[in-house]
Write a protein that binds this ligand. Structure first.
Ligand code: CP3
Length: 343
């Protein structure tokens, strides 16, 4: 079925478009009262992720309410560890927590390479979303990058330093690579399942890229992201690696179409380091706490820095939970109007 609004896909194909497409990382959930009310009717986050009809509903909410140019499927990157045999809990006001973690080679015997079927609820949520969206906007599928998933599986929760996960790189590189490879194969199976269910683009989130040294990143993260990009040929791929300013030249060599930038990355310098890719980003999520006037000023600065084409407007990381949805609407509307006028 042809899409009604295919601006995102045309931009990814490097076509000259009438305006810049815009969506927000973590737009599904986090800020909308409409999300909260669905979420509060359930036992918790996981029940929502695992109920396809409701996951589809909260996936579509930002399209209706915020007028973004794409839907990102409501799920979490942590469904992969669970599908491999390591279950997680989402602790209210704290975040993810794994009762068991990976410490030794013996722990790997409890894990398996996941198939898409092991995450059937998200696959089903994509099918329902596809049907209900009826071609209004493209659907973005996603997964965590193997390094970021590894970090949670070893650390067992969020952390400022992820020192347990980073320590394992030194104390047992063999185990490290073995686990990273299992995560990679699981992620490819999962993303292929998402593609077969109808997503139009996939994005890989390497949220904890920035805690590795450039050398470690080359060894423990990039080769696995590269395997994922090579394995998925059916849809365009976006790589977003938070704080990985040192890896930008390497991202240019990946078989991906779009690279996400965080707000600390200079746009001009990034264009030089990543000349072949469409760039996505990089509005500071904190700028949404400013007045409308300030938001408009900062949107203009962003649009001018990226130039009219080969840019997908987005934040430099996920929208923060206490952001006023009205400010987000204003941001989206301003990107749309200004980018058209700047053509
Ligand atoms: O972009 C979207 O809106 C789609 C849905 C989505 C969620 N998580 C839903 C979610 C996506 C793309 C993610 C990715 C994700 N999850 C990442 C990578 C992106 C990033 O922000 O760096 C990471 C590191 C996680 C792990 C995770 N999930 C954490 C640390 C937390 C707790 C803090 C928080 O709210 O983000 C979650 C929970 C989570 N995932 C929520 C949502 C809507 C909040 C749970 C709730 O409703 O209580």
């Amino acid at each position: 079925m042809p899409l009604e609004n295919d601006l995102l896909l045309r931009t990814i194909r490097k076509e000259k478009t009438e305006r810049t497409p815009v969506w927000l990382m973590r737009q599904a959930g986090r800020i909308l009262p409409e999300y909260r009310s669905v979420r509060n009717s359930l036992s918790g986050f996981k029940e929502l992720v695992e109920t396809p009809e409701l996951a589809a509903e909260v996936t579509i909410q930002p399209v209706d309410i915020l007028n973004v140019d794409a839907a990102i499927i409501f799920s979490d990157i942590l469904v992969i560890p669970e599908a491999m045999g390591l279950s997680y809990e989402m602790v209210e006001k704290k975040g993810p927590w794994f009762p068991e973690t990976i410490k030794t080679k013996a722990d790997l015997t409890h894990l398996h390479v996941a198939e898409a079927e092991d995450v059937s609820y998200t696959i089903r949520a994509i099918e329902v979303t596809k049907k209900e969206l009826n071609g209004r906007v493209p659907i973005i599928g996603f997964a965590g990058a193997p390094w970021t998933i590894f970090a949670y599986m070893v650390e067992g929760s969020g952390s400022k330093t992820f020192s347990k996960a980073r320590a394992l790189l030194y104390t047992d590189p063999v185990l490290t690579h073995k686990l990273l490879q299992m995560i990679t194969e699981s992620t490819v199976n999962y993303l292929m399942g998402q593609v077969n269910a109808g997503v139009n683009v996939v994005q890989v989130f390497d949220s904890w890229a920035g805690i590795l040294s450039p050398y470690q990143y080359e060894e423990f993260s990039l080769p696995y992201i590269s395997q994922i990009c090579d394995a998925i040929q059916e849809v365009p791929k976006t790589v977003f690696a938070k704080d990985a300013y040192f890896a930008r030249a390497s991202f240019n060599k990946l078989d991906c179409h779009t690279v996400g930038l965080d707000w600390c990355m200079d746009v001009q310098e990034s264009r030089e380091l990543i000349p072949d890719k469409v760039l996505q980003g990089n509005f500071d999520p904190c700028a949404l706490y400013g007045s409308e006037e300030e938001i408009a000023h900062n949107v203009k600065t962003m649009l001018k820095a990226f130039g009219p084409f080969h840019h997908i407007a987005n934040l430099g990381h996920g929208v923060y939970p206490d952001t006023d949805p009205e400010k987000v609407k204003f941001f989206v509307q301003t990107v749309k109007e200004m980018s058209q006028n700047l053509r």
